[in-house]
Write a protein that binds this ligand. Structure first.
Ligand code: FES
Length: 229
């Protein structure tokens, strides 16, 4: 197959016109066009949220968000990456918190400014009902806020668009922490594993790994057995 047989589209990366194969993700299309990712890329599989990207399509007024590693390019896309969304780091001790609305308001008082405009939901590349989980947190419905935000990657696109300048993904993360700590509690298999660690079940294996060089550890990691249910 030659390049002439491949369907190509035109995109604009940081304002520069590029012709790229139509079946590539934004990330791969940018690499095809010669970009090298030093920031704005992580897992490449839709899990880490490092590749937040905004785009407009020619002829459309809409500014849309996407994960560059997941979104397939479309003809006329004007693309810019958002490698980082600034936020103030708030620290708390999970053991001292309560699973209630005031906890959210104490650490993230800005959520009281939520206008319920739904801009955050529209910005989410994961189609998460962001405004709904912020509202659930305001009502003190921690379980609901945790459930709705479960697939959030923290890419930051919601925070970049929120007119009330809320950082919604922080709310979702706190909700999930409160939920697992106070409402769900540790699951049986986690408790069992903790007991096994404390009892020294893995001590010999850990000691053996400490003596390995980096390449051997990397090989061991890459060929590890995975239990995916
Ligand atoms: S690179 Fe991890 S979600 Fe895109």
């Amino acid at each position: 197959m030659t390049e002439n047989d491949i369907k190509m589209v035109t995109i604009y990366v940081m304002g520069k016109k590029q012709r790229v194969p139509a079946d590539l993700t934004i990330m791969k299309a940018m690499e095809y066009a010669g970009h090298q990712f030093r920031r704005g890329a992580g897992c490449r599989g839709g899990f880490c949220g490092a590749c937040a990207t905004v785009y407009r399509k020619r002829g459309s007024y809409k500014l849309q968000g996407a994960l560059a590693c997941q979104k397939i390019v479309e003809d006329g896309m004007i693309i810019a990456q958002i490698p980082f969304s600034p936020q103030e780091k708030v620290t708390y001790k999970i053991n001292e918190l309560k699973a209630e609305a005031n906890t959210f308001l104490e650490y993230y008082p800005e959520i009281a400014r939520c206008l319920a405009c739904n801009t955050c939901t529209k910005a989410c590349p994961q189609d998460i009902m962001v405004m709904d989980y912020v509202q659930a947190a305001l009502r003190g419905d921690v379980a609901q806020a945790a459930k709705i935000s479960f697939d959030c990657l923290g890419c930051g696109l919601c925070a970049m668009r929120c007119p009330a300048e809320i950082v919604p993904y922080n709310i979702g993360q706190l909700a999930r922490r409160l939920e697992s700590k106070y409402l769900e509690g540790p699951t049986g298999h986690v408790l069992k594993m903790c007991e096994e660690v404390k009892a020294g079940k893995f001590d010999a294996e850990i000691e053996e790994m400490k003596k390995m060089d980096k390449a051997t550890i990397a090989k061991k990691y890459n060929t590890r057995e995975m239990k995916i249910k």
